[in-house]
Each structure stands twice: as C-alpha cells, then as structure tokens.
Write a protein that binds this ligand. Structure first.
Ligand code: DGL
Length: 249
C-alpha cells in the first residue's frame, strides 16, 4: 500500500489531488488548512510553522511520501520540511519548471505574494534557461476561490488587472503558479486577449510521477474549517461527492 500525503493551505491542492487520483491508484490523505488561508500573505516563519503542523498531522497516517500541492509552501518552506522530517517531499513548482523549459518563449508567472517575493519560479527557470520571467502576484484570487466565488464582475476585474502586462506583451507561456488558479482557468482565459500556452504544474506532476501503485483508490480529505462552502467546492473540484473531515476531530 502506498500512502500519499497531499497538502495545501486550502482548497487549491485539490486540483493536484484530482489530477493525481484520476491517473494513479493509491491511498491519498489530503490536508487543506483553510482556517489559515491565504498563506500567500503570511511571513516565511508563519508559513513554515503552519506547514510543519500539517506534516505532523499527516504523519499519523503512516505516509510514504508527500506531494506539496501548494506553490507557496514549496517555495517558502520545503527546505525546512525536508530538514525536519525524514520523508520525501515532491514540490509542485519543480514540475512546472521542468515542463516550461521545454517550451519556446518567455514566461508570465501568476502566483501568490509570498511566491513572487521569494522569486521561487524566476530563480529556478533562470538557472535552466535564458527565458525572461515576469512575476505577477495575484493576491485576491485565493480569497475569492475560498469563498466559492469562481466568476463574476469583481473576480474578472481583478483578473483584467493581473493579466494586463501579459496581454500587453503577449507573453507566450503562463504558469498557474498557485494551485488554486486552475479552478478559475476558464476565467483566466476569458481575460486574455491572445492565445497563451497555459501550464498547470499539477497536470505535469500527475503525468510524470512514478510510484508503486495500489489496486484500489482511497481518498480521505481533511480540512481545518469544514463548512458548507468548503464542502461544496471540494465536490465541484473533485467531480464527485466527498465527506470532508475535520482535522480537529
Ligand atoms: N494554493 C497555494 C499555492 O499554490 C497558496 C494559496 C494561499 O494560501 O495563499 O500557492
């Protein structure tokens, strides 16, 4: 049996869990810390502490390895997690970068404030290619999505602003550098005035990951704030009904 811990600050990592579990059978244990979301506006110290707590919770499930389904945690805290826990941690950002460097053209990274401040994508891409990398923090998007707002005037007006530079320069590749963003990919496309190559690192991760698969698929989903919205959004993202469990019981 392979027990995989998948975690994020909230609902976003479910986009990774969905891609993974559609392609690979295993025992998945998901943790979304939606009581403390967004992580993207927190300090590095806070993000590290919160992610250590998530890992401690999941370790009780006898986890074989972890998928860090949050770009912010991958960029800010993964080194500290690797130092603290004797486990394998797969970073969602590494997957996006590997795919990107195979493509022509420059890169527009949409991500949280914390990911942009640390230049998580920019540094990795610049080490491997001479692509120009433009980072755009999109601070309101995670909060909209966590509230169940995935379209509408306010969201679209913020998207228009966040995508203005990409539209102006027609930047060929766009990385969805936050696992929440694939949930609103349709709206993102609607606000682009040109045809961009949109990279969802979750799809790359699910395509390329190799491990000993199980015969059966099992998924348990834990959150720190189970409510009507988190329950409804989970079912929408996963494409079927799940009973979200409280991490505190
Ligand atoms: N989904 C997360 C990411 O991939 C973080 C969102 C947040 O909590 O700010 O970056």
């Amino acid at each position: 049996m392979t027990n995989i811990g998948v975690f994020d600050s909230g609902l976003g990592g479910l986009t990774v869990l969905k891609e993974l579990s559609d392609k690979h059978k295993a025992n998945y244990f998901y943790f979304g810390d939606n009581k403390n979301v967004p992580y993207g506006d927190k300090s590095s110290g806070e993000i590290i502490e919160l992610s250590k707590n998530i890992v401690k919770f999941l370790l009780k499930k006898d986890i074989d390895f972890f998928v860090v389904a949050c770009n912010t945690i991958s960029v800010v805290a993964i080194d500290e997690l690797k130092k603290t826990f004797d486990k394998k941690f797969i970073s969602i950002t590494d997957q996006g970068v590997e795919e990107l460097i195979k493509k022509d053209g420059d890169v527009f990274v949409m991500a949280t404030r914390a990911t942009c401040l640390k230049h998580g994508y920019k540094e990795k891409i610049s080490k491997l290619s001479d692509k120009k990398v433009f980072e755009q923090a999109c601070p309101s998007l995670v909060s909209f999505i966590e509230q169940g707002i995935v379209n509408g005037r306010e969201l679209n007006s913020d998207l228009k602003e966040y995508l203005a530079f990409a539209n102006q320069k027609k930047i060929k590749n766009i990385i969805l550098g936050c696992t929440h963003y694939p949930i609103i990919e349709k709206e993102i496309k609607k606000n682009l005035t040109y045809e961009a190559n949109i990279i969802d690192p979750a799809k790359v991760l699910a395509r390329d990951i190799v491990f000993d698969e199980d015969e059966n698929l099992n998924i348990e989903i834990y959150m720190t704030n189970v409510n009507e919205i988190s329950q409804k959004m989970t079912n929408i993202i996963m494409g079927k009904d799940f009973k979200v469990k409280s991490a505190y019981k």
